[in-house]
Design a protein around this ligand. Structure first.
Ligand SMILES: Nc1ncnc2c1ncn2[C@@H]1O[C@H](COP(=O)(O)OP(=O)(O)OP(=O)(O)O)[C@@H](O)[C@H]1O
Length: 777
C-alpha cells in the first residue's frame, strides 16, 4: 500500500477527529448547563413545590406538584447520564476513531461506499451520514464474516447483498495511524499477529478489531436459548463471551440492561482479570459472581459449606487410595442426573411421608414440637400441594405463637426484663400512651396500661425472630429431609458400589453441620423445591464460563433459580478440574437441554500461546490433534531436570531471563495450594514474588505463584510448571489440570522435574520440546 493512500487515510482520520472534537465541545457545553439545572432544581426543590395539607384536595395537589418536580429532576438526570456516556465514547474515538474499513457495493447500486467501523458510531455534523459505524451494527458484521468478494448482511429490511471491494485494518493511537493492512483473509493475520505478540497483562483486552468469523457467530447469536461453546484452551471463549455481552446490550438496548445479565466466573481473580473489557467497549460491567459465592449466600447460616477449591485440594492431596475412590465416586454420583431423579422422586414421596420439622422453640421451651407440626401437616388433605400445606402450617403456627405470647407475657420474667429497657424505649411507650389517652375514653388505670405495654414490648422483641423464621418456613428441617436420602433404600436405582460408605460419610458430615461441596447444590435444590422458592425474574441472561466444571444437577438448579434466562455456556472438557466432571455429563452436554432450544458451537483455533507451546500442549489431551495453533512463533517449551532441592535456583534463573525478554507477568504454577506454598517458601526473600490464594482478588504485573485451579481463564507471558514429575501428575484426572497449567503461557513454557517425568509427556515427540539437565550444567 502506497504512501499516498496512507496519507489519504490519515487526512480522513484528521477530519473525523475535528468532527469528534466539535461534538465534544458541543456536548460539554450543554452538559454544563444541564448540570447547573440539576443543582438548581435540587436546591430549590421544596421552594418550587406548593405544599398545602389543609384539605384532602390540597393534599392531592401537593402530591401532584411534588411528582411533577421529581419527574423534571429525573428527566434532567437521565439526560446528564446520556451525555456522560456520549462523551466517554467520543473521547475513546478521539484516541482511535476506527479500526476497520470495508468498501461495499450494494446490489443494484452504482456506487461503492466506504464504511468505517469503530467501537461506537459517529454521525456527521448534520446528523445525516454515518462517519463511523458501531462494530455491532448489522452492516458491520460483514467486516468479520467475509473476505473481499460477494458479501451480505441482515438488515431490518431483510437481507442485503453486494460485493465487498476492499477490506482494510488500522492501528490508530492518539489519532495517528500506526499500522494499516489490506487483507484478503477474513480478518488478516497481520493485525492478529501484532495483537497476540504483545505482552500479557493483569487485565484482559477487548478483541473487537480482530474478532474471527467463528467467534462472530457466537457473539451475534440471537436465536438460541442455550448457546454452548466448547473451545480449546486460548480459543477466545471468554473474549467472545464478553464481546457478546456488549453486542446484546447494543442489540436489545431498549429492553436489556447490564444489571439484567449475570456472569459466573471461575474464581475471584478471573473477575478482576476481565473487568476492564466491557468498559473498554463503552459498556458497563455486568453483575459478576463465582458459583461458590452464589451458592454459599443461598445456603446461609444453615450449614458450613465446603469451598469447591478445598474439595479439589482435598481430592488432589488424598494419599489413601480407598478414601479417594469413595470420595470421587460420591462426588460424581451426586452430580449426576440419576441423583437429581432420586431427589425428584423423594419430593414426590414427601407428599405422603418423610417431611421433617424443627421444634418451634422459645427460650429452651417448645411452643410446638416438630412431631406435632408433622401430624398437622400430614392431616391436611393429601391432594393439596406441599407448598400450600406448608402455608397452612405456617398460618397455624403463627396463631399458636400468638396464643403462646398472650399467656407468656403474664409471667414475672417479662416484667423483670422490662426493667432492662433503655431510656428511649420507655420514652416510646409513654408517647404511645399519651396518644392513646388523647383519643380514647378508656378508664384503664395508667399504671396497668403502662405495665401491659411494657410486657408487650418485651415479648414482641423476643418473639419477632421466631415469627420471622416461621414466615420464612424455617420450621422445615431441610437438612434432615435431605439426610433421609442417605438412610433410604432406593430400590432399583443404580447407586454406586460404595453407596453405603458414601451414605455414612455424608450423614456424618451433615450431623456435624458441615455441607460437602458435592451436597451443597442438591441440598439447595431439594430445600427450595419444598419451599417453592420463586426464581429470579430480573436476570435475563446468564454467562457461564468454565462450564465444564458445572454438573447436570447444578444446571437444573440454575434453570430453576433463573427461570426466564437465556444462557451462554462456555467451556473446555479438557480443562475440567473438579472431580464431578471427570465422569458423566457436564453443563456442556447438549443432551441436557431441549433439542430445539440449544446450539453447540466449537472453537478449535487457539490464539493465546505460541505455535510451539500449543503444538506441545495439545498432545496432552484426547482430541488434541484437532486443535489448530495460531501461527505465531516462539521458543520450544523447556523440560528441565533439576536435582531435588535445586528448583528455586532454576526458577530464579528463568525469572531473570523472562525479565530480560521484557515479559511482564510470569507465574510458577502448582497442582495444589500445598505445592504452591512449598514453592513460595523456597522463593520468598530471594526475589519479589507473590503467592495467590483463594482470598486474592487481584494480581498485577510481576512474578506470582499460583495453583492451576486458580489460574483458570488467566494468562501469563511465561509459565513455569513447578513439579512435572510422575509422582505429582499420574492419575488420569490430573491430566486436565496439567494441560490447563501448560496452556496459561503465551510466550514461554518451562516444566521442572525431579525424578521421573509425568507419563502425560510420554507421547510428545522429542522435537516438540527441549530437554535440559541442570545436573550437567
Ligand atoms: N480474535 C482474537 N483477536 C485477538 N486476540 C484474541 C482473539 N481471540 C482470542 N484472543 C486472545 O487469545 C487469548 C485467549 O483468549 P480467551 O482467554 O478468551 O480464551 P479462552 O478460550 O477463554 O481460554 P481458556 O479456556 O484457556 O481460559 C487472549 O489473550 C485473547 O485476547
Amino acid at each position: 500500500m502506497g504512501q499516498e493512500e496512507r496519507k489519504k487515510e490519515q487526512n480522513r482520520v484528521n477530519e473525523i477527529l475535528d468532527v469528534v472534537g466539535g461534538k465534544i465541545s458541543g456536548i460539554t457545553g450543554s452538559k454544563e448547563s444541564v448540570t447547573k439545572g440539576i443543582v438548581d432544581l435540587r436546591k430549590n426543590f421544596w421552594e418550587d413545590v406548593t405544599v398545602n395539607l389543609d384539605e384532602t384536595d390540597d393534599v392531592y395537589e401537593t402530591q401532584a406538584s411534588i411528582k411533577q418536580q421529581a419527574e423534571l429532576l429525573s428527566e434532567r438526570e437521565r439526560r446528564h447520564g446520556q451525555m456522560t456516556r456520549q462523551l466517554k465514547t467520543l473521547y475513546r474515538l478521539l484516541d482511535s476513531p476506527y479500526f476497520g474499513r470495508i468498501d461495499f457495493q450494494e446490489e443494484g447500486e452504482a456506487k461503492t461506499e466506504p464504511l468505517y467501523i469503530g467501537i461506537g458510531s459517529l454521525m456527521d455534523t448534520r446528523n445525516e451520514d454515518f462517519l463511523v459505524y458501531d462494530w455491532r451494527a448489522p452492516i458491520s458484521s460483514m467486516y468479520y464474516d467475509y473476505a473481499p468478494g460477494p458479501a451480505k448482511y441482515d438488515s431490518i429490511d431483510g437481507e442485503i447483498k453486494g460485493i465487498m471491494k476492499l477490506k482494510r485494518q488500522f492501528i490508530i493511537h492518539n489519532g495517528k495511524i500506526d499500522g494499516m493492512f489490506d487483507t484478503g483473509l477474513t480478518i488478516g493475520d497481520s493485525l492478529l499477529q501484532v495483537m497476540l505478540g504483545g505482552r500479557a497483562s493483569s487485565h484482559m483486552k477487548s478483541i473487537v478489531a480482530t474478532i474471527q468469523k467463528e467467534q462472530n457467530q457466537i457473539i451475534r447469536n440471537e436465536t438460541d436459548r442455550y448457546l454452548i461453546v466448547q473451545g480449546a484452551a486460548g480459543s477466545g471463549k471468554t473474549s467472545a463471551a464478553l464481546q457478546r455481552v456488549a453486542f446484546l446490550l447494543y442489540r436489545f438496548r431498549k429492553t436489556l440492561r447490564s444489571d439484567n445479565m449475570l456472569l459466573f466466573s471461575p474464581n475471584p481473580l478471573f473477575s478482576s482479570f476481565i473487568s476492564s473489557v466491557l468498559p473498554e467497549l463503552g459498556e458497563e460491567n455486568v453483575i459478576q459472581t463465582t458459583f461458590k459465592d452464589f451458592i454459599e449466600e443461598r445456603i446461609g447460616r444453615d450449614l458450613q459449606m465446603e469451598n469447591p477449591f478445598d474439595q479439589t485440594e482435598n481430592c488432589l492431596t488424598m494419599k489413601d487410595r480407598e478414601a479417594f475412590r469413595i470420595r470421587t465416586e460420591g462426588i460424581q454420583f451426586k452430580a449426576s442426573p440419576i441423583f437429581k431423579n432420586l431427589i425428584d422422586l423423594w419430593l414426590e414421596q414427601l407428599k405422603d411421608s418423610g417431611m421433617m420439622f424443627r421444634d418451634v422453640m422459645f427460650r429452651d421451651r417448645i411452643i410446638v414440637s416438630g412431631n406435632e407440626i408433622k401430624r398437622y401437616f400430614y392431616a391436611l388433605p393429601h391432594e393439596t400441594a406441599i407448598l400450600l400445606r406448608l402455608e397452612e402450617v405456617r398460618d397455624w403456627l403463627l396463631r399458636r405463637i400468638n396464643a403462646f405470647v398472650k399467656k407468656e407475657r403474664r409471667k414475672d420474667w417479662v416484667l423483670e426484663e422490662a426493667e432492662l429497657l433503655d431510656h428511649s424505649e420507655y420514652a416510646a411507650i409513654f408517647e404511645k400512651l399519651q396518644e392513646k389517652k388523647q383519643f380514647s375514653e378508656d378508664t384503664f388505670d395508667d399504671y396497668d396500661r403502662e405495665e401491659l405495654m411494657l410486657r408487650k414490648m418485651v415479648m414482641n422483641r423476643r418473639i419477632k425472630p421466631i415469627r420471622r423464621s416461621v414466615k420464612q418456613l424455617e420450621f422445615i428441617n431441610s437438612q434432615k429431609v435431605y439426610g433421609e436420602l442417605f438412610y433410604k433404600d432406593h430400590g432399583d436405582v443404580p447407586v454406586p458400589d460404595d453407596w453405603q460408605a458414601i451414605c455414612m460419610a455424608t450423614r456424618m458430615r451433615f450431623e456435624e453441620g458441615d455441607c460437602p461441596w458435592e451436597d451443597a447444590v442438591p441440598y439447595l435444590y431439594l430445600k427450595e423445591k419444598i419451599q417453592g422458592r420463586k426464581g429470579n425474574q430480573e436476570i435475563r441472561h446468564l454467562i457461564i464460563d468454565e462450564a465444564q466444571d458445572y454438573s447436570p444437577i447444578q444446571l437444573a438448579y440454575l434453570q430453576a433459580a433463573f427461570p426466564r434466562c437465556r444462557m451462554t455456556i462456555l467451556g473446555d472438557m479438557n480443562q475440567a478440574i473438579y472431580a464431578q466432571s471427570f465422569a458423566g455429563d457436564t453443563m456442556l452436554s447438549e443432551k441436557l437441554y431441549n433439542s430445539d432450544e440449544v446450539r453447540k458451537l466449537t472453537l478449535l483455533r487457539s490464539y493465546r500461546s505460541t505455535k510451539e507451546i500449543m503444538e506441545f500442549a495439545r498432545r496432552l489431551v484426547p482430541g488434541g490433534d484437532q486443535i489448530e495453533p495460531f501461527e505465531r512463533s516462539g521458543r520450544l517449551p523447556e523440560w528441565v531436570d533439576v536435582p531435588e532441592g535445586h528448583k528455586a535456583a532454576a526458577i530464579l534463573e528463568k525469572v531473570e531471563a523472562f525479565k530480560a525478554s521484557g515479559f511482564e507477568t510470569f507465574a510458577v504454577i502448582g497442582k495444589t495450594m500445598r505445592e504452591c506454598r512449598e514453592a513460595y517458601n523456597e522463593l520468598r526473600g530471594k526475589t519479589e514474588v507473590k503467592l495467590i490464594t483463594q482470598a486474592t482478588y487481584q494480581f498485577g504485573k510481576g512474578f506470582i505463584v499460583i495453583p492451576a485451579y486458580l489460574a483458570k481463564g488467566i494468562e501469563f507471558d511465561a509459565a513455569i510448571i513447578y513439579d512435572a514429575s510422575a509422582e505429582n501428575y499420574h492419575r488420569e484426572n490430573e491430566r486436565t489440570i496439567f494441560y490447563t497449567a501448560c496452556t496459561r503461557a503465551m510466550h514461554e513454557l518451562v516444566l521442572l522435574n525431579s525424578g521421573d517425568g509425568t507419563p502425560f509427556l510420554e507421547n510428545i515427540p522429542e522435537d516438540k520440546y527441549v530437554r535440559v539437565s541442570r545436573e550437567r550444567q
